[in-house]
Design a binder for this molecule. Structure first.
Ligand code: SAM
Length: 218
């Protein structure tokens, strides 16, 4: 895969199936990458993996059966793994060193199980995005702000920015109605409206899952 100037964001899909949360996250990553002139690739897809229509519809999205290790076997130095356990934080200068940014296609878990280690052991150079676990779409969004200085959700960001200067919201409370709310155990980018930036449909999905959890108690 060649990059014609723009960055390539790759999520190596590490879960067995495609859950509804990951589906919404991947669609958001694909659309935001496309709108920013970048490419998004979902790698390591099993033959039985069904690419959702909304993802397939994004022209710069590539579904890829090969693993990132196979795709970049001769070009490993181009790839930066976003790794919560890396010794150095990502910096704007990393945008000059790397043109491929790799993320674990893993749902966030609390406490984190360090499944990013599956990619770390393949030997890619790692960078951290600060000390707090982000959702995968947030991690891609923050990486784009740091190395490309682009954010469609925060139009005021027009040049590259250090990881620590991105506006964040940690562990936000999502309220569904007057009586119900839930705390999300992740870091998000704070939108201009003061709310966490999340994929379209995510708040509704979280609400449905919360209702189901309550129903399951009875
Ligand atoms: N609990 C997870 C684990 O087992 O590693 C973290 C998964 S996180 C939801 C999905 C991906 O987002 C990670 O594999 C990593 O690429 C990226 N990510 C999330 N937070 C990060 C951080 N603070 N620094 C670097 N990368 C991060």
């Amino acid at each position: 895969m060649a990059s014609a100037g723009g960055k390539i964001y790759i999520v190596e899909h590490l879960d067995e199936e495609l859950g509804p949360w990951s589906e919404l996250e991947y669609i958001a990553i694909a659309q935001e990458s496309h709108d920013a002139g970048a490419k998004f690739c979902l790698s390591s897809l099993a033959a039985a993996f069904k690419v959702p229509g909304a993802l397939r519809a994004v022209p710069s999205f590539t579904p890829e059966p090969r693993s990132v290790e196979e795709i970049y076997a001769d070009n490993k130095a181009r790839v930066c793994l976003l790794d919560p356990a890396a010794a150095r934080d990502l910096s704007p200068e990393d945008g000059d060193t790397f043109d491929v940014f790799l993320f674990g296609g893993i749902l966030g878990d609390d406490p984190p199980r360090d499944r990013t280690s599956e990619l770390r052991k393949k030997g890619f150079e790692g960078r951290r995005l600060g000390p707090v676990q982000m959702t995968t779409d947030t991690a891609v969004r923050v990486t784009r702000m740091v190395v490309e200085g682009k954010s469609l959700s925060l139009p005021a960001i027009t040049s590259t920015i250090p990881v620590a200067e991105v506006p964040y919201l940690d562990f936000p409370e999502i309220r569904f109605n007057e009586h119900e709310c839930t705390e999300m155990p992740f870091r998000y980018v704070k939108g201009d409206d003061g709310k966490p930036i999340m994929p379209k449909g995510m708040v509704e999905l979280i609400g449905k899952d919360a209702d189901k959890a309550i129903d399951d108690l009875f």
